[in-house]
Design a protein around this ligand. Structure first.
Ligand SMILES: Nc1ncnc2c1ncn2[C@@H]1O[C@H](COP(=O)(O)OP(=O)(O)OP(=O)(O)O)[C@@H](O)[C@H]1O
Length: 532
């Protein structure tokens, strides 16, 4: 790694509607280094990368102050096309893929192979060499150990595959000098992260300079040569590899020590409770995957974890119960067969789901924080109405709404300028917290929640887990928590289901070791203790 600066920023600042999101950022990215950026949700990490990449939204909202020096020269560009021409690539926090195109076309979209022909009637005709594109794309995805044909359409692909295609698109650019990675590992499981680490190490060897944002501090300390800690739009600490100390970095990010949420009273808690929900021989078609033979009883007040590798089905039950997937078999709720074709009725009856794909299915981007928080509670449960029995004809109780929204913002540590701010203007992690606040506010009997802490900072993660434990304890809410984070499942769940190839492979106690979980998740061995 050289000491030459690829990128240097001098007093870089950015205001949105007069409020600083970034203030006087002086940052150096050295040639061939992996530089980590960490910070709480809303601390300015994505904004920083968006400025370096000259994102349209930055210019539409008044540009930025300060200078960017790129390879020793002051940068005088103002769009992403020019940034790409200079060798800067970016992998977005939310995917920027075109679903209606195949993998190869997505990967080669910015660096297609062109065939030029001789001039025809004075014009030089050129067209895309599809075969060459497909070959190059196939080579890259094989290098990424993805077992998939480059001619497959992106629509319907699993989230981790989409993430690798995003990275492949940038890697396929032979002119790549700087790679900006905004939480590329948030949707990857442990096995995928190993592949990702491999890719980054190869790029680094080839002299590519990388900025890497992640909320997982173990990945940061493993992969990065240096780390900059952002807090409230400023860099509050910088460390090089030999100085890394995860606890200190966490304190720098949050400003205090973080206490872990823990379900300490779970032993035999639910054994006398009745079954609230039952799946009888349920089969689900989830994209290209078949979920089958689901026979499962869930007790009232239970916190049930579900985990699996991506594509093996851990989120499918929740999408099925909300009528979003083709389902056969019976789902029995409070001893009656549930009509999953009427999700509005399902919500009315007290079953609520928080999806993992929040932008596609979870939030109203052009509505305010306030509307997003009260939406489901108001329209499905007739809450916040002056006269509840009048339903849609009643006026809203604005005083009550104001109190509740302010309370939720505080409770979930949501960073926003006001309850009127549009969701589109909130950082990714804060949008996620709003999804959870909204669901909790409906006081569901059963809450299906998918990947609740994806993209969430270390402090807010504990707030979310703690709030789940609180509603479970206070209202006996049954929670079905689908997550790829074994550690968080073990801390809050009573039982944890492991799915493999679309079926329930094992049901484990949260006290089992990580080794037992790994073996079950990879379909290698059922309950270690019973079999040995
Ligand atoms: N278009 C916008 N209009 C107004 N404010 C914005 C806009 N985009 C971002 N912000 C604000 O800038 C601040 C920094 O947001 P940013 O997305 O950079 O945070 P982050 O550190 O990447 O957070 P996360 O970890 O949640 O992704 C936030 O307070 C956010 O609300």
């Amino acid at each position: 790694m050289g000491e030459i600066d690829m990128i240097k920023t001098i007093n870089l600042s950015k205001k949105f509607s007069g409020i600083y999101a970034l203030k006087d950022i002086n940052f150096h990215l050295r040639k061939g280094e992996v530089h980590g950026i960490v910070g709480a949700n809303g601390s300015g990490k994505s904004t920083f990368l968006n400025i370096l990449f000259q994102d349209l939204n930055i210019h539409k909202t008044g540009g930025y102050e300060g200078d960017i020096i790129y390879e020793g020269t002051k940068l005088k560009i103002n769009n992403t096309r020019e940034a790409m021409e200079l060798g800067i690539g970016k992998v977005y926090q939310e995917f920027a893929l075109i679903n209606s195109m195949d993998i190869a076309s997505n990967i080669k979209i910015n660096s297609p192979n062109i065939i030029s022909t001789t001039s025809v009637l004075g014009d030089n005709l050129s067209y895309i060499n599809k075969k060459e594109n497909e070959k190059e794309a196939q080579d890259i995805i094989s290098e990424f150990r993805l077992n998939i044909d480059a001619k497959t359409y992106v629509e319907g692909l699993m989230v981790n595959t989409k993430q690798f295609i995003e990275i492949a698109r940038e890697v396929s650019n032979k002119n790549l000098k700087v790679l900006l990675l905004d939480e590329p590992t948030a949707s990857l499981n442990k096995e995928d992260v190993d592949i990702f680490i491999n890719i980054i190490e190869k790029l680094k060897k080839n002299g590519v300079s990388i900025i890497f944002i992640s909320h997982r501090l173990d990945e940061i300390t493993h992969l990065c040569d240096r780390v900059s800690v952002f807090r409230d739009g400023e860099i509050v600490a910088k460390y090089s590899k030999e100085e890394f100390d995860v606890e200190q970095i966490a304190i720098d990010m949050i400003g205090k020590k973080v206490n872990k949420a823990l379900n300490i009273h779970r032993d035999n808690k639910n054994t006398n409770q009745e079954d609230i929900l039952r799946f009888d021989n349920v089969a689900i078609l989830d994209g290209n995957h078949n979920i089958k033979d689901i026979n499962l009883s869930i007790k009232r007040g239970e916190i049930l974890g579900i985990t699996s590798l991506a594509g093996h089905g851990h989120t499918s039950l929740s999408y099925s119960i909300m009528g979003l997937l083709e389902t056969n078999g019976d789902i029995i709720y409070r001893n009656k067969k549930l009509n999953i074709k009427r999700p509005d009725k399902t919500i009315e009856q007290g079953i609520v789901m928080i999806p993992d794909e929040r932008k596609e299915r979870g939030i109203l981007l052009d509505s305010s924080v306030r509307e997003n928080i009260i939406f489901t509670s108001c329209y499905s449960k007739n809450n916040f109405l002056k006269i509840k029995r009048l339903k849609g004809l009643s006026l809203l109780d604005f005083a009550k709404i104001k109190n509740q929204v302010n309370y939720s913002i505080k409770e979930f540590n949501i960073k926003c300028s006001s309850p009127k701010q549009k969701l589109r203007e909130l950082s990714g992690g804060n949008q996620q917290k709003i999804c959870i606040a909204r669901a909790v506010l409906t006081y569901p009997d059963i809450l299906f929640i998918n990947e609740p802490t994806r993209g969430i900072d270390i402090y807010s993660k504990e707030i979310i887990l703690d709030s789940l434990l609180k509603i479970n304890k206070a209202n006996e809410t049954t929670i079905i928590l689908a997550s790829s984070e074994i550690d968080e499942l073990k801390r809050v769940c009573d039982r944890i289901i492991v799915m493999y190839e679309g079926s329930i492979f094992d049901i484990l106690s949260p006290y089992e070791s990580n080794e037992v979980f790994s073996l079950a998740i990879s379909g290698k061995r059922r309950n270690y203790n019973e079999k040995n």
